[in-house]
Design a protein around this ligand. Structure first.
Ligand SMILES: Cc1cc2nc3c(=O)[nH]c(=O)nc-3n(C[C@H](O)[C@H](O)[C@H](O)COP(=O)(O)OP(=O)(O)OC[C@H]3O[C@@H](n4cnc5c(N)ncnc54)[C@H](O)[C@@H]3O)c2cc1C
Length: 339
């Protein structure tokens, strides 16, 4: 990866970007991604994760948007489909009781499938050009042209539901679809394919790479300070160790992915759970020690680090905590030789 080119592109990002600036920079990075960021599971998975680490180190909001784009292009690659050139993608697969998306047959549009209902947690909702949306009742992933759907007034954004300052400019809103026609060519993979493909496990390391990058950004800030007391230096030692451990875990995960990308040994999800757990714990430690080392000032007076800490705190909650550990423990009990 050509780091100087990437850092040059990222240097265009202001300290507190707006949604428009996120869109402009994310789109400006698309040719770089096309040229330098390899797919997962083809021998260079680590380079893909390193890209996300570097972006997140600079800005977690941009990383959240690009992580969705990379996830989408990987999914389309696995489905042997071509991503629309120059289009910025998102993946919206969040479920739960707030997700009411479903297909209905609409006579008004010639008895074709139409997408209706609301999808929560749509990062980049009015920023991306296209989104891969998972429709749970129909167990189907669909490729939606957001610009066209918006022009046809087939969707609206429920912007008021996102209360946090963290990630507010990523517009992670709820999107409500209103009888949006879905043609057969928009269906990506067979029913259930999205969750059952081996690539689903590979994709779960990407958020962890963003968490790791966010923690590295905090470590960078501590290292730029002149630390006076021994306690602050002890915190520095601990957070650098935690950050290095994140990188080592991602390297380990990437190596295992490249060794068995089709998940023939069946350990891929447990590998991802193990990596994600350790990175989540390390990030929690970095967040804690960051405040203990530097006191309240970065949270109160420093716009970039105040935002970075709240965004990292929120982003790591994407892990499923003890539910994931229970799943990992179940796998360990059944596979005495793992890892
Ligand atoms: C910053 C950020 C951006 C995100 N962007 C995207 C995105 O672009 N695309 C995407 O697909 N997903 C996105 N997500 C969402 C993410 O993928 C998960 O859907 C989300 O973290 C919730 O996970 P979960 O539903 O598995 O809940 P879990 O973590 O499993 O839920 C934890 C607990 O919350 C309880 N709970 C309480 N209230 C509710 C409620 N109202 N609904 C559901 N559970 C409830 C559940 O019962 C459960 O016990 C984003 C998340 C974050 C934090």
């Amino acid at each position: 990866m050509d780091d100087s080119e990437l850092h040059g592109l990222l240097s265009d990002l202001p300290g507190s970007p707006t949604a428009k600036q996120y869109r402009n920079l994310a789109r400006a990075l698309l040719p770089y991604i096309q040229a330098h960021v390899p797919p997962m599971g083809e021998g260079r998975s680590l380079a893909r994760l390193q890209f996300l680490i570097e972006v997140a180190r600079r800005d977690l909001g941009l990383a959240r948007i690009l992580e969705g784009h990379l996830d989408a292009t990987q999914i389309l690659h696995e489905a042997e489909r071509t991503a629309e050139p120059g289009a910025l993608y998102g993946v919206w697969a969040s479920g739960g009781p707030d997700d009411t998306t479903h297909f209905m047959q609409s006579e008004a549009i010639g008895a074709r499938d139409a997408l209706s209902g609301s999808k929560p947690f749509c990062s980049g909702s009015d920023i991306v050009d296209r989104a891969l949306v998972y429709v749970y009742p129909n167990e189907q992933l669909v490729d939606v042209d957001m610009q066209a759907a918006s022009a046809e007034h087939r969707l609206r954004f429920e912007r008021g539901q996102w209360k946090a300052q963290a990630f507010s400019e990523t517009h992670t809103w709820t999107v409500t679809f209103d009888q949006l026609p879905i043609g057969p060519e928009q269906k990506v993979g067979e029913q259930k394919w999205y969750f059952e493909r081996p690539g689903f496990c590979l994709g779960t390391l990407a958020p962890a790479a963003c968490w790791a990058g966010g923690a590295s950004g905090l470590v960078d800030h501590v290292r730029q300070r002149t630390l006076k007391g021994g306690h602050a230096k002890a915190h520095l030692g601990a957070i650098v160790a935690a950050s290095q451990s994140n990188v080592a875990m991602l390297e380990w995960g990437a190596t295992r992915i490249d060794t068995d990308p089709a998940n023939e040994q069946g350990h891929m999800f447990a590998t991802a759970l193990l990596v994600r757990h350790l990175i989540e714990r390390n990030c929690t430690e970095v967040l804690d020690r960051f405040g203990r080392a530097l006191g309240p000032r970065p949270f109160a007076f420093d716009e970039v680090n105040a935002r970075r800490t709240t965004e990292l705190q929120l982003y790591i909650r994407q892990c499923h905590a003890e539910s994931d550990l229970e799943e990992l423990g179940t796998h360990l009990a059944a596979h005495p030789n793992f890892p």
